[in-house]
Design a protein around this ligand. Sequence first.
Ligand code: 5GP
Ligand code: ZN
Length: 113
Amino acid sequence: MDCIFCQIVAGKIPADILYQDEEVIAFRDINPLAPTHLLIIPKKHISSLVRLSEAESSLIGDMVNAANQLAKREGISESGYRLVINCGEQGGQLVPHLHMHLLGGRQLSGALG
Ligand code: 5GP
Ligand code: ZN
């Protein structure tokens, strides 16, 4: 098991964990790009969005629900925030375990790519 996010799920690598339920765990990004920069991931190892099966697709709803709760807790629900999933090399995905970025706490750039 050399997946860094699986090791965070297993508690083998420390992380600032802010939320977890049966399916999902969330923690602060180690290299924050905004005052709030969290990662929301499924506990199950799924290497990328493109590998998510139809049967697993409700995980995305679970991740969005967690993100919305966390945005509230971070006090950025009303000011606004951005959820991003990078997929694959040209999508900018570096860690091969499905994850959603929650970014907020400052005015984000209009550019998406
Ligand atoms: P990606 O480019 O794959 O969408 O984003 C991966 C994110 O994971 C990056 O923002 C990076 O800073 C973050 N990251 C990489 N390794 C670790 C780690 O060990 N701990 C935490 N908390 N974040 C990490
Ligand atoms: Zn993994």
